[in-house]
Write a protein that binds this ligand. Structure first.
Ligand code: CA
Length: 222
């Protein structure tokens, strides 16, 4: 059951939305101001946030900025504004979608479901028939499956983002470790393990080494 946190100070609206969400099978919670919203986000993160921009204590923009500093949780913003620039800015600052008040509650429901579907699809990546399940941490080819370590998964997911593109070692190391990329041969070790695991499920041909340039993941041609 997906969990939705509603940050909204309008009690009448909140009541309607909470009822609608729970009837639709969501576990919905309410934070009636920004501070409580931030506490709820930190202590018990939901699967999706519906955020009213006009709150009595903190601006919704501020909450969005703080949330985005640490999380990529889907956020749907409720706004009273018809100001196009502000909406564009919100989307740039990390809102996934917005709805202008007044809106039809059923539309909110449809948008929440669409966001969660998109998010669920993002947890699975595919290079031809080779599937990476990012949530379960597994690679799958046909019936064969193998568990990947978080580093192996991060490397595979990076390469799978654009199948066939060659990623240099530094680029991979930065994506996997960030600025603390080790200078040792740790990356080669993880790549070798990833290669061995792909071989276990018959996908050894997917990980290519392009001499002097880097690595790519692509579907091998017969
Ligand atoms: Ca409000």
């Amino acid at each position: 059951m997906a969990r939705v946190l509603l940050i909204e100070d309008d009690r009448e609206l909140a009541k309607v939305l909470l009822g609608l969400l729970s009837r639709a099978g969501f576990e919905a919670r309410l934070a009636e101001n920004g501070v409580r919203g931030l506490v709820a986000l930190r202590e018990d993160p939901p699967d999706l946030v519906v955020l009213d921009l006009g709150l009595p204590d903190l601006a919704g923009d501020e909450i969005l900025a703080r949330l985005r500093a640490t999380s990529d949780l889907p956020v749907l913003v409720l706004t009273a504004t018809r100001d196009l620039e502000r909406k564009v800015r919100l989307l740039r600052e990390g809102a996934d979608d917005y709805l202008e008040k007044p809106f039809h509650p059923e539309e909110l429901l449809a948008r929440i479901e669409a966001l969660l579907r998109r998010r669920a699809a993002g947890k699975r990546m595919a290079v031809g028939p080779l599937v990476l399940d990012l949530e379960a941490g597994r690679a799958r080819l046909g019936e064969a499956e193998v568990a990947l370590s978080p580093r192996e998964l991060a490397i595979a997911a990076l390469l799978a983002r654009r199948p066939g593109r060659v990623y240099g070692k530094e680029e991979i190391a930065e994506a996997v470790w960030g600025e603390d990329a080790p200078r040792s041969n740790a990356l080669e070790v993880h790549l070798a393990k990833l290669r061995a695991k792909l071989a276990e499920i018959g996908a050894e041909g997917y990980l290519r080494t392009v001499r002097g340039r880097g690595y790519a993941l692509l579907e091998p041609r017969e």
